[in-house]
Ligand binder design. Structure first.
Ligand SMILES: *Cc1c(COP(=O)(O)O)cnc(C)c1O
Length: 365
């Protein structure tokens, strides 16, 4: 018998969420963001499921962080456009980019020199990224026209598309998004190209970002999760794709006054049953989940007690008198939003999903 700890991946929910993206962005093309192993869901499987979801649900491109991720997709037979969101920064990457027909983001003038030194055999499509105020990757607004001209002059570049990234789209009242949108619009006004602006938060909350673009770049919402603090995906018609679960491997009677686990941070207020589930931070369950963070056992919440260990957690079974060894334990997913667990652990859903470790089996359903 193998370890029961697994991440159930609901591919029907994934397809449903793509349909929701299309509902919110009906005229835009969709670049599905599947970096970081498809936000922990299994990148190749996610890509394949999105590609064979039919003419209605299919996506138009994938976005990944690195050449390695892109090559893994090509090797698995993914033929559609793949965008390298961080571009490239070494000459050695260019032969792979050319061979696998990847579409790098151009975000710095130094990349023009690398491209000049390596004229690709076939025209290379690129995405010119403008720093409209996030101040992470992107060329300065005042430089955009010049870099566009330099790219064109290379002769080895095919289609050029434009993009920018919003720093505060998950804050509905933050005016900075307006400032970024107008900065991007002004910097690119004269350039004949398709544009991509919106991540999940902008797709759901900033129609203006959609009006001014032909592409969207959803990540988190594809996986059914809300990009906003204090809300859950179901509020936007989304369905959680991942259910992270394990099972009870021990149920013990512990005496009143005894401490549970490392540091004895929780003491039993009475003689009581304590459950031990086979999941810990070595699986990606957050070490900082606060005491009282719920898990679901038999559909009912049971609170975490004591510290999270590498391979185990301990839970209060006083309200689950029927729960025995082998009982499934849901950590997040169906019936228990990861948004709530993230809040209880002082983090965001992105880190929990990406953090599910390799030793956790991904099981499709
Ligand atoms: C990761 C990423 C996205 C997706 O963001 P979500 O908040 O997950 O929708 C979009 N664009 C860029 C450039 C990214 O790096």
């Amino acid at each position: 018998m193998t370890r029961a700890t697994c991440a159930l991946i609901d591919l029907a929910a994934l397809r449903h969420n793509v349909a929701q993206v299309r509902h919110y962005a009906p005229t835009q093309r969709v670049m599905a963001i599947i970096k970081a192993n498809g936000y922990g869901h299994g990148m190749v499987r996610v890509a394949q499921a999105l590609l064979d979801s039919g003419p209605q649900g299919a996506v138009d491109a994938f976005g990944v962080a690195s050449v390695d991720e892109a090559v893994a997709l090509r090797v698995a037979g993914v033929g559609c456009p793949i965008v390298l969101l961080e571009g490239f920064h070494r000459a050695q990457e260019l032969p792979l980019i050319a061979r696998y027909q990847l579409e790098p983001v151009i975000h710095h003038p130094s990349q023009i020199d690398l491209l000049a030194a390596y004229p690709t055999p076939a025209p290379l499509s690129v995405w010119l990224k403008v720093d409209s105020g996030m101040h992470r990757l992107g060329v300065a607004p005042a430089q955009v026209a010049q870099i566009w001209g330099q790219l064109r002059a290379l002769g080895s570049i095919g289609t050029i598309r434009l993009m920018t990234h919003l720093a505060c789209a998950d804050e509905p009242d933050n005016d900075y998004t307006h400032a970024q949108l107008s900065c991007f619009a002004t910097a690119t006004a004269d350039l004949p190209a398709e544009r991509a602006i919106a991540n999940s938060a902008a797709i759901l909350g900033w129609p203006q970002a959609l009006n001014e673009s032909q592409w969207v770049r959803p990540g988190l919402m594809l996986y059914g999760i809300s990009p906003y603090a204090h809300s859950v995906g179901t509020a936007y018609g989304l369905q959680a794709v991942m259910t992270f679960m394990s099972e009870l491997i021990a149920v013990n009677w512990v005496r009143a006054g005894e401490g549970i686990g490392y540091g004895q941070t929780w003491r039993c207020p009475e003689d009581m049953r304590v459950g031990v589930a086979a999941v810990g931070y070595g699986d990606g369950y957050p070490r900082h989940a606060a005491m009282g963070t719920p898990v679901l056992i038999g559909g009912h919440p049971a609170p975490l007690i004591g510290r999270v260990s590498m391979d185990m957690i301990t839970v209060d079974l006083r309200h689950h008198p029927w729960a025995e060894v082998g009982e499934p334990v849901i950590l997040w997913g169906e019936g228990l939003p990861v948004e709530h667990i993230a809040q209880a652990a002082g983090t965001i859903p992105y880190t929990l999903l990406c953090g599910v470790m390799e030793r956790v089996r991904r099981v499709e359903r």
